[in-house]
Write a protein that binds this ligand. Structure first.
Ligand SMILES: CC(C)(COP(=O)(O)OP(=O)(O)OC[C@H]1O[C@@H](n2cnc3c(N)ncnc32)[C@H](O)[C@@H]1OP(=O)(O)O)[C@@H](O)C(=O)NCCC(=O)NCCS
Length: 207
């Protein structure tokens, strides 16, 4: 991703150009510290069998500097979603939207990295314990390598660790690949929302 977009994302998030943190503010810093410790705890609990066999992944909680990569992966990956209404949004607008989403504190995104590449990400909207997943996008370079399944396992642990009982998400009706994917993870279709999206849900087992 271009250094220009990364700098723009940092500036939008209130970081200085030389990447120093903005002045301390209790809320966002405490939230980030909590998310990082939650991720560490969940990674310890993630069974080795849940990780891809032929791909070494590392994980992080998204911050503003990740937004260009997140947007890039989402826009590439969304081409395979068979959306009824395709995403025709310029990448810069998408980056700004993700920066604003993360800064609002309403969204939490977990990233899977393969070396220095973003292999995919999953994002919660609203409190993690409510378990509403608003985005899961794997870079097409990494399709069918187990990245999606691993991110969903991690999301389940993340949500459960916050006291959540279920994961819920919406899928495009013609996105047959994703429908098979969620079914393979024991999600079940519940209803149709916003006139066309299929709601999938999975109850979580206690930790
Ligand atoms: C759907 C998506 C998230 C799956 O992620 P992934 O990392 O490619 O999937 P995984 O390798 O973890 O697949 C796990 C299992 O799900 C099923 N599966 C995954 N993709 C599938 C596909 N396209 N067709 C049929 N089954 C599929 C398979 O059972 C697979 O196991 P297998 O490869 O051993 O047969 C990914 O393809 C993607 O990002 N697609 C575009 C964006 C999208 O649709 N996002 C979801 C929006 S709700």
């Amino acid at each position: 991703m271009s250094p220009l977009l990364k700098t723009a994302a940092r500036l939008l998030a209130g970081r200085t150009a030389d990447n120093r943190e903005p002045p301390a503010q209790g809320g966002p810093e405490a939230r980030r510290a909590h998310q990082l410790s939650l991720l560490e705890e969940c990674l310890k609990r993630l069974p080795a069998a849940a990780l891809p066999r032929n791909l070494k992944l590392s994980f992080s909680v998204a911050e503003a500097a990740d937004c260009p990569d997140i947007s890039h992966v989402e826009l590439l990956s969304a081409r395979f979603e068979n959306r009824l209404y395709p995403l025709n949004i310029p990448e810069e607008t998408f980056v700004r939207m993700w920066v604003e989403r993360l800064a609002s504190g309403e969204y939490t995104a977990l990233l899977a990295h393969a070396g220095n590449k973003l292999a995919g990400f999953v994002a919660f909207k609203g409190p993690v314990e409510e378990g509403y997943i608003c985005a899961l996008y794997i870079s097409p370079l990494f399709f069918r390598k187990g990245v999606g399944r691993t991110l969903m396992e991690l999301s389940a642990l993340f949500c459960r660790a916050e006291g959540g009982m279920r994961l819920t998400l919406k899928v495009e009706p013609l996105n047959y690949g994703a429908i098979s994917f969620y079914q393979s993870l024991q999600f079940r279709a519940l209803a149709v929302k916003s006139s066309h999206l299929i709601v999938f849900q999975k109850e979580l087992l206690p930790c």
